[in-house]
Design a protein around this ligand. Sequence first.
Ligand SMILES: [Fe+2]
Length: 229
Amino acid sequence: MKRSQVNEILREGDAFIRSFGFLLPPFAYWTPDDMVARRPEISGILSARMGWDITDYGQGDFDNLGLFLFTVRNGRQSDLKHGGGMCYAEKIMISRHDQISPMHKHIVKAEDIINRGGATLALEMFESDAEGNIDRSTDVLVATDGVQRRLKAGEVLLLAPGESVTLIPGNWHKFWGEGGDVLIGEVSTVNDDLTDNIFEDPIGRFSDIEEDEEPIHLLVSDYDKWLTE
Ligand SMILES: [Fe+2]
């Protein structure tokens, strides 16, 4: 993706989020220079990879295959290993109309995926088989807002604004905005996007950026390059 496209998506996403009365934390609006200047005090943001995350899954077709994410908070893997403390994470995301987030599962992370507003959120779901691959025949058992549901393998779950689904490790899922753009919340186990996304197809998690203008804000995938100690 070109940086100019990332900047444009970032501006549009910020406006969409605000239109629902959801406000991002202060660090969302720091410039790259602000982040460099504040480097000594923001290791918590950098190590938890909090912030903007706009991905085309490395395929260069954001409108059809992509996702807008902002990681609002993220806990500590060490706390998770010890079994207590900051084991949680929160993201706000946007799936545009028919914009696919491709089929994947998580090994560690359980996640509540929440329709925070806008259009319908559609999720196609499968269970894992004994080897962890997609099980194309077994029914899928999931909870939507605490209510147990049984779906056929590959059935599409539709969530209206206010509704959510709890996905546990091993639940394969693919999702998109149905009929329009949708604001999505994610409340989850502490999150490691570098290791805990298993995709059905060989695909990247982050975008390759072509620098054609200055970034208005850094993406989490920019931190290593722009904010090295
Ligand atoms: Fe997921």
